[in-house]
Design a binder for this molecule. Structure first.
Ligand code: FES
Length: 653
């Protein structure tokens, strides 16, 4: 007689197995992704499966009750203690008796796909560097005097096929006690990077250890630091938090921090200390918010621009301030938390820093490339991630190019007369009536437009305090559309524009959006200086994009992706009216949210993603804006609104 046929879904993998084969064994032989931490001992319950019964014409079989063995005592005990959901079985206990279709639910897959909100990007598949393994270790005896670590390594080899392990001194100090406490069973947490062949023991607990293990994905920006505490089994973000980068006191932008280091002996060390202190505080916040202990955090992944990268690692960034802008290394960096003075995690925790693309294009851009994967697309896609620097990527399956462009902080609301960060009270949306030249606006923290009923009451708590980055972009674009600004960016006089909202301001004019002075509030205006700051920023952004398009030999792109916190808030129409981005149909402009942060999470959750970005970074063509004479030409032409020479046909329709 033939052996029973076993079909696994959703993979569709199938094979025949002798009666009595455990489902976990069958899954392993077929290469089906079915999790197990305890190695089939009925302890971890990670191997849960759901048998399906009935007719399966597609698979050519009928599965009847009894196709799997009955519940055994291990499953019964597990169910009594922790409860097994209805229809579920433990894959390591249930054995095959007859033809059967077996579903592996997502929670039982190690390499499960994590649902991503961003529409454009590739799916994220779990493949973390850090994983727990339960093992039973042989007891020592007088005749075979091997050490406890060697017997543990032997057990990992026999029970998990893990060939090489190493343990640091902190693990060795605890090893003997843990093994005896667990009566020769333990759970070890192992770490292995994409380019290593040795597993490192990060932690050891007696018996079966069931608390979740976390990692933190950190997007280390020049202005803000954002961190996402992530469950390394599920890929889910438990909590996120952000903090200002304390290095701001040494200089607002990157180059001023590099100069600080050049001018002040010990300046780089000061900045390194400041950022590490902030990171410790930030991780402390995450730990407290999630109600976990620092020992549960086993790995940190960083993405950052090259200057932040060097300062985090304690490398003097001076070379990044001068041509040819050499990085200390363009490979990823793997190290131990103690190397970065990080004391807010497990002592043994590891750090992975994504590779930088070039001296001006950092690991943050690499993370965007990982998350948005322009090199996987047929469409020629332009990705812009705007912060104090803009990271710009252009590419398709054939080639990917990258550059960065010094836009300055104007898009973040800095260097704008009424500018402020995006916080309650900030004007974030504006419309200007082209006939009356009257504005209406929306304020963060108040859902209503300024001319809607109830606005006054709704705004009472926050007040109107200023204008944020997305607000100033809309304001300038709306002013242009309402004829308050000429193509060169000059604000018209009251006589030219026919509105008293355009007021004299020295030798130039300003446009009044909101006048709260009667109640002691602010006068929120857009000044000629503000327009100039936005023009400089948008010209730098556009010129960077054009430079990449030149390099690619094209005048047009198929898609534009706006990445970053800024990208999430900016309106495509207004960005195009300003001429920040090249002319494409508006429905081809999308927002990718925080793509650098997503890339950091992907690298945290997957060593395959680390290998992939390391390779991608080598393949990306780097374009250096600072030394490219064409950049200046593009920059000057992009100063007009929307542009001196490029047609911007989308705007006419
Ligand atoms: Fe751990 Fe089945 S493999 S309970």
């Amino acid at each position: 007689s033939t052996d029973p046929l076993v079909v696994f879904t959703p993979s569709g993998k199938r094979g025949r197995f002798p009666v009595g084969t455990p489902v976990l064994t069958a899954a392993r032989q077929l290469g089906v992704d079915l999790d197990s931490v305890c190695g089939g001992r009925g302890i971890c319950s990670k191997c849960q499966i759901t048998p399906s019964y009935g007719e399966f014409p597609k698979h050519g079989l009928t599965a009847r009750k009894g196709a799997l063995s009955d519940w055994n005592s291990v499953e019964q005990r597990y169910d009594d203690k922790r409860g097994l959901a209805s229809g579920r079985r433990l894959g390591c206990q249930a054995t095959v008796q007859n033809d059967i279709v077996i579903d592996v639910p997502p929670e039982s897959q190690v390499h499960r796909q994590v649902v991503r909100k961003a529409a454009s990007a590739r799916a994220m598949v779990m493949d973390p560097a850090v994983r727990p393994y339960y093992v039973e270790v042989a007891e020592p005896d007088m005749h075979t005097p091997t050490g406890d670590l060697e017997r543990l390594a032997e057990a990992l080899k026999d029970q998990w096929g893990i060939e090489k392990v190493e343990a640091g001194i902190s693990v060795l100090r605890r090893l003997q006690h843990m093994l005896r406490k667990g009566k020769w069973t333990c759970t070890v947490v192992l770490h292995k990077n994409h380019d290593e062949d040795t597993h490192r023991i990060l932690g050891i607990a007696p018996g079966y250890y069931d608390r979740p293990i976390y990692g933190v994905a950190i997007d280390l920006g020049s202005t803000t630091i954002a961190a996402h505490l992530t469950d390394l089994r599920t890929g889910e973000v438990a909590t996120s938090s952000g903090i200002m980068n304390p290095q701001i006191r040494f200089g607002e932008d990157l180059m001023s921090r590099v100069s600080y280091s050049m001018m002040n002996p010990g300046g780089a060390v000061e900045m390194t200390d400041a950022v590490r202190t902030a990171i410790n505080a930030l991780i402390g916040t995450l730990t407290a918010e999630a109600g976990i202990v620092p020992q549960q955090i086993m790995e940190l992944v960083f993405v950052c621009n090259p200057v932040m990268h060097h300062l985090l690692l304690g490398i003097d960034p001076v070379e990044l301030g001068q041509a040819p802008f050499a990085l200390a290394t363009s490979k990823s960096v793997a190290l131990h938390v103690a190397d970065l003075d990080i004391n807010s995690t497990n002592d043994a925790a590891r750090v992975f820093v994504l590779p930088c693309i070039a001296g001006h294009v950092g690991a943050d851009a690499a993370a965007v490339a990982l998350s948005e994967a322009p090199g996987d697309q047929d469409d020629l896609t332009l990705i812009v991630d705007v912060g104090t620097n803009a990271e710009i990527l252009l590419g398709n399956k054939t080639q990917v190019l990258a550059c960065s462009s010094p836009t300055g902080p104007a898009f973040e609301g800095a260097q704008i007369s009424s500018g402020q960060r995006a916080a309650p009270g900030a004007i974030e949306r504006i419309e200007i009536n082209p006939d009356t030249k009257e504005p209406r606006f929306q304020v963060i923290g108040c859902g209503l437009w300024s001319d809607e009923d109830g606005f006054e009451a709704a705004i009472a708590t926050t007040g109107v305090t200023g204008i944020c980055g997305s607000g100033i972009i809309e304001a300038v674009a709306e002013m242009r559309m309402a004829g308050l600004l000429d193509p060169k960016g000059l604000i018209g006089s009251p006589a030219q524009t026919g509105t008293t909202r355009c007021i004299e301001d020295g030798r130039t004019h300003s446009y009044v959006i909101y006048d709260g002075t009667a109640d002691g509030g602010p006068l929120v205006t857009v000044t000629q200086g503000d327009i100039r700051a936005i023009q400089l920023a948008k010209s730098a952004l556009y010129a960077g994009a054009r430079l990449l398009m030149d390099e690619m030999g094209t005048d047009t792109v198929d898609r534009v992706v706006l990445a970053g916190a800024f990208g999430a808030h900016i309106s495509p129409k207004h960005a195009m009216v300003l001429g920040m981005i090249p002319d494409v149909p508006l429905d081809r402009v999308t927002s990718a949210g925080n793509a650098a942060g997503t890339g950091a999470r992907m690298a945290l959750c997957s060593v395959a993603a680390r290998a992939s970005i390391e390779k991608t970074v080598r393949e990306i063509t780097k374009v250096e804006t600072a030394i490219e004479p064409k950049f200046q030409e593009h920059f000057v032409n992009a100063n007009a609104i929307p542009h001196a020479t490029d047609p911007f046909t989308t705007l006419r329709s």
